[in-house]
Design a protein around this ligand. Sequence first.
Ligand code: PRP
Length: 181
Amino acid sequence: MSPRAELPPRPGRILISEEELRARVSALGEAIARDYEKLNPILVGVLQGAFLFMADLVRAIPINLTTDFIGLSSYAAGTTSSGVVRLVSDLSLPIDGRDVLIVEDIVDTGHTLEYLKRNLEARRPRSLRVCVLLDKIERRESEIDVDYIGFTIPNVYVVGYGFDYGGLYRNLRHVAALETS
Ligand code: PRP
């Protein structure tokens, strides 16, 4: 066996550079600002993965807005979705009558967003939309309407800019493909 085969999974080729992320997040912010001007929307970041995207996105939206977070988990330690979504921590604010924008890092099978949209709709927001950084469309199992999309990506496991493998690599400034061999 060659020594390479023993390397652990790690960040590989860059899929989306820091500059590409900055430009796209800025454009998303401008579009959201136009659509939500004077509405004081609540942006709901989905933990943990969306924390970096959320932080950059809100700074690209030059209107009054409110932030909150919800913690969900569907992946265990590995690289495939369990399909079972768990609410790990709830919102701190009521959202009834408010314009709510979910800020999510990735839509893959769609199970997480399907669960979250159903959960938040039950709280009677005035409107509920979704902004995702990455859309892995070929993996979709649930029909989900996504209103703002950063990038559509192929079916590769990604790390960096909030995306982890076993808790690692969220702090990279770019999005990379996980290298496993
Ligand atoms: C990831 C990601 C999305 C979800 C998308 O979360 O952040 O929330 O999976 O997958 P789906 O469309 O197949 O449901 P994960 O459970 O890895 O938690 P994390 O955000 O804390 O990394």
